[in-house]
Each structure stands twice: as structure tokens, then as C-alpha cells.
Ligand binder design. Structure first.
Ligand code: 6GU
Length: 224
């Protein structure tokens, strides 16, 4: 999988990709993540990347020329399965959509800023608009980092069996059951007896019941 991210703040994204799972996926050559600074494409003498909106509304819009040139250059180099705009008015991200997107070869992500991007780019070039939740971030960068992390961990080989992505919360439509580790008693707090029983069938049943109970209590909406 190759992910190209277009941003006016590449520095905001370097940290999240140089640690842990994403770092490992890159080092194993299973994923490529490329950051592109939109400002480098600006033909303005001051390298401006924002512009005022027609109609006189407050705020600024990402300038047309540098963003369109950046997208066009990347599209001339390879075919993209999706050109995703990260924006609070996009479709809300969930595990189902992450699973679908994880099958892509090449993904382009565009980080929104200011009041967003020109609607004509959304109409003609963007293929998918994604929000990561009902709250406002200062820009699309952190959302792109979230989406990239969620995708990379599903690429075969990036995470080992010991962390199996298939047992994550949401992957089977339920929250994950509680987990315990040694010692079996700590500070007077005991691990549920069944987990020490060695009876794998019983343990699986217990985990299933706990996952159901937890989902009913915390996220009844997941049953809708
Ligand atoms: Cl994708 N962008 C911004 N700016 N805010 C958000 C978001 C995206 N998703 C939730 N809030």
C-alpha cells in the first residue's frame, strides 16, 4: 500500500509515522507513506497557500493552484484508488470503511485547512470525503494520521499474530472483552477464575459473553 498525504503542515505528521506500527510497516517495505508540502507547489511570489472566499464570507480557503498542481503531479505518476479529502463534513470513519480502504493499492489524502478547499476540487477530483468524528480539529492532519494508522495495521504482515487485528474491538462488530495478566492475584484483586482453568472452550465462551455485555452497556448503538 502507498499513501500520499498533501498538507500545508508536513511537520505535524512526521512524528506519528516514525513510531510503532506505522514505522514498522514502512521499515518492512509493506507500506510507503509520502508527505507532500502543498506550499512547495505554490507559484505565488510569497508561496501563499490560502486565498479569500468568493462572496465575502469570513475565513480563508486553501488556494486552488498549489493544491491542484500537487494532485495533478501525483496523478500523472500513478493511478490512485481513492483521493480522500479529510473534512469534518465528510462521512464518519468506522472500522468497516477502514477495512474496505485497506484493500487499496494507492491512496491520496488531502488535509483540509482554514475553511476548506474549493468546491470544484471536491466535485471533480475528490473521490471520498472522510471525517473522524463529530468535533472540530484545526486541520485534517491529525485525521490523516488516524486514518493512516488504522489502515497500515491491517496490511498483511505489518502486525504479528500476537496482536491479531482480527480480535480488535469493532472488528466483529463488538467491543473487545477485558484482559488480565500476571500475577493471578495482585493487591488483593483476583483474575476471573475461568481464565486460569485451562479450559479453552469455557474461556472462549466467557470472552464472548463479556464482549457482548460490554457492548450492551457501553455501545448499544452497535447493535442497531
Ligand atoms: Cl477530517 N478535519 C477536521 N478539521 N476536523 C475534523 C475532522 C477532519 N474529523 C473530525 N473533525
Amino acid at each position: 500500500m502507498r499513501i500520499d498525504i498533501l498538507t500545508v503542515l508536513p511537520g505535524l505528521l512526521q512524528g506519528p509515522f516514525s513510531e510503532s506500527i506505522v514505522k514498522r510497516g514502512i521499515e518492512k517495505n509493506l507500506v510507503e507513506v509520502h508527505l507532500h508540502d502543498i506550499r512547495e507547489f505554490s507559484k505565488d511570489k510569497h508561496k501563499k497557500v490560502d486565498d479569500t472566499p468568493f462572496g465575502g464570507a469570513a475565513g480563508m480557503v486553501l488556494a486552488m493552484q498549489p493544491l491542484h498542481d500537487a494532485i495533478t503531479k501525483l496523478q500523472s505518476e500513478r493511478e490512485y484508488d481513492e483521493v480522500i479529502f479529510l473534512t469534518p463534513d465528510g462521512k464518519r470513519l468506522n472500522q468497516g470503511r477502514v477495512n474496505q480502504l485497506s484493500l487499496c493499492g494507492n491512496i491520496m489524502m488531502i488535509c483540509g485547512h482554514y475553511k476548506g478547499i474549493d468546491q470544484r476540487l471536491r466535485d471533480h477530483i475528490i473521490t471520498m470525503e472522510i471525517s473522524i468524528g463529530d468535533y472540530v480539529l484545526s486541520g485534517g492532519e491529525l485525521a490523516a494520521a488516524v486514518l493512516t494508522d488504522a489502515l497500515v495495521r491491517l496490511v498483511p504482515g505489518v502486525i504479528g499474530d500476537e496482536m491479531s487485528a482480527l480480535t480488535d474491538s469493532f472488528q466483529d462488530g463488538l467491543l473487545a472483552p477485558p484482559v488480565y495478566t500476571r500475577p493471578a492475584e495482585y493487591n488483593g484483586w483476583k483474575v476471573p477464575e475461568v481464565l486460569l482453568s485451562g479450559n479453552h472452550e469455557k474461556i472462549r465462551k466467557w470472552e464472548e459473553d463479556e464482549a457482548l455485555k460490554r457492548t450492551k452497556e457501553r455501545r448499544p448503538d452497535l447493535f442497531d
